[in-house]
Design a binder for this molecule. Structure first.
Ligand SMILES: [Zn+2]
Length: 202
């Protein structure tokens, strides 16, 4: 190998090592978790059997916040009451924080009421690592059907600079899963599993 080729190869190796290391540290060194309770105000989200998605997402978000604070992390919520917040506003709030990750919480619905389970979306590779860790834990703790992690182009994920995930934590349109989502056990267990998953990636 010529000295020029060897030097070129060395530069490439160093560059890829740096990319790998910094990529990892961005995902791994966050100090703030921006929690995004889906929907709110005039936007009810899914609405089945008298249960509104916007109510459940806020409840879980507040539980996640409490658990994260107890573990010494900083948190921010995109809303903390029943108010409408646009997707742009949510991303703008998230983008105020450096060294952060973004966790959006939703519940699902489908006109086919037999469909059930939990799934987590991401848009970047750093987001995928967090999505994988969270999805594994929520499915295990809730004993829910694993619908897997999925890459998405949801606006709220794309407009957020930090690694971002969006959790769909069960189908309100499925009678039995919807009933489970309404129990405090489900929402507290879900919140704990989300926090365990998040912290495992630090
Ligand atoms: Zn939703």
């Amino acid at each position: 190998m010529s000295p020029l080729k060897a030097a070129f190869l060395a530069v490439c190796l160093i560059a890829s090592a740096l990319f790998f290391l910094t990529g990892n540290s961005i995902a791994g060194s966050f100090t703030t978790v921006v929690i995004d309770p889906g929907h709110g105000g005039k936007d009810k989200g899914a609405f089945w059997y008298g249960v509104k998605e916007k109510t459940l997402t806020l409840d879980v978000a507040l539980r996640v916040e409490k658990l994260l604070k107890a573990r010494g992390l900083r948190t921010a919520l995109t809303r903390r009451s029943d108010v409408y917040t646009s997707l742009d506003q949510r991303a703008a709030i998230a983008n105020r924080y450096s060294r952060s990750i973004f966790v959006s919480i939703h519940f699902n619905a489908h006109t086919n009421r037999s469909i059930k389970g939990l799934e987590t979306f991401y848009s970047s590779s750093a987001g995928r690592n967090i999505a994988r860790a969270v999805q594994r834990r929520i499915v295990y703790k809730i004993k829910g059907k694993n619908r897997g992690i999925k890459k998405s182009v949801f606006a709220v994920l794309m407009r957020t600079r930090a690694p971002a995930i969006l959790i769909e934590a069960g189908f309100l349109s499925n009678l039995s899963e919807g009933r489970r989502c309404q129990t405090e056990w489900y929402r507290q267990t879900l919140a704990q599993a989300i926090v365990d998953g998040i912290l495992s990636t630090r």
